[in-house]
Design a protein. Structure first.
Length: 188
C-alpha cells in the first residue's frame, strides 16, 4: 500500500503528530514525578502499544524495565468477544513492583479490566496504573481508573500511531479516522 492509497483511505485526521507527542511528553513528566525512587515496570499490550511505549520512554527520565503481552478479545471481528486470549504471556517479573500499563486505546475495557486483575492477582504486582493514548468512553463496559488519561475520542474507527486495520496503517505518525468504505463490506 503506497502513501497515496493511505491518504485516500483517511476520512480525517483526529490528532496530529505534534498533539500526540505533546500528550506523551506531558505524561512522561508526570510518570517521572510519581514514580521517582520507586520500582516501576512498563507493560505494553502488543501490537498497538509499541508506538506509544517507545514514545513514552523517549521522554521519560526514569529508568525502568519493560515487558510485553499479546492479548486478544476481538478475534477476527470488529466487536470485542469479552473473552481474553493470551497469545504471549508476560516476559518479565512484576511481583512487588509498580506497573504502568501503556495502551494505544481503551475501547470496551474488557482487555484492560482482565489485565489489571491478572497483574495484581496472578503476577502479584504492588500497584497497577494505566496510560492509554486514546479512550472511547461511550464504548466502556468496565469502570477503569485511568491515572494518566490521554485523549478522549468519539466512537470512530481510528488508525495510526500503532492502531491498525488488517495490520496496516500502524506506521502513520498521526491518529486518523478510516473511511467506512474501506471496512464496511466486512461488517455486513
Amino acid at each position: 500500500m503506497d502513501i497515496e492509497d493511505v491518504r485516500n483511505d483517511i476520512e480525517k485526521v483526529l490528532l496530529t503528530k505534534e498533539q500526540i507527542q505533546r500528550k506523551i511528553r506531558e505524561t512522561a513528566h508526570k510518570v517521572d514525578e510519581d514514580y521517582a525512587g520507586r520500582n516501576l515496570v512498563l507493560i505494553g499490550v502488543l501490537k498497538g502499544a509499541v508506538n506509544v511505549m517507545t514514545a513514552l520512554m523517549d521522554y521519560m527520565h526514569t529508568t525502568c524495565p519493560i515487558g510485553f503481552m499479546s492479548l486478544s478479545s476481538y478475534g477476527e471481528g470488529f466487536e470485542s468477544t469479552g473473552s481474553i486470549k493470551v497469545r504471549s504471556d508476560l516476559n518479565i517479573d512484576v511481583e512487588g513492583k509498580d506497573v504502568l500499563i501503556v495502551e494505544d486505546i481503551i475501547d470496551s475495557g474488557n482487555t484492560l479490566h482482565w489485565l489489571e486483575g491478572y497483574l495484581l492477582e496472578k503476577k502479584k504486582a504492588k500497584t497497577v496504573n494505566v496510560f492509554p493514548l486514546l479512550s472511547k468512553p461511550s464504548r466502556r463496559k468496565w469502570d477503569i481508573f485511568v491515572k494518566y488519561p490521554g485523549y478522549e475520542i468519539e466512537d470512530e474507527f481510528v488508525i495510526g500511531f500503532g492502531l491498525d486495520y488488517k495490520e496496516c496503517y500502524r506506521n502513520l505518525d498521526s491518529i486518523a479516522v478510516l473511511k467506512p468504505s474501506v471496512y464496511q463490506q466486512e461488517r455486513m
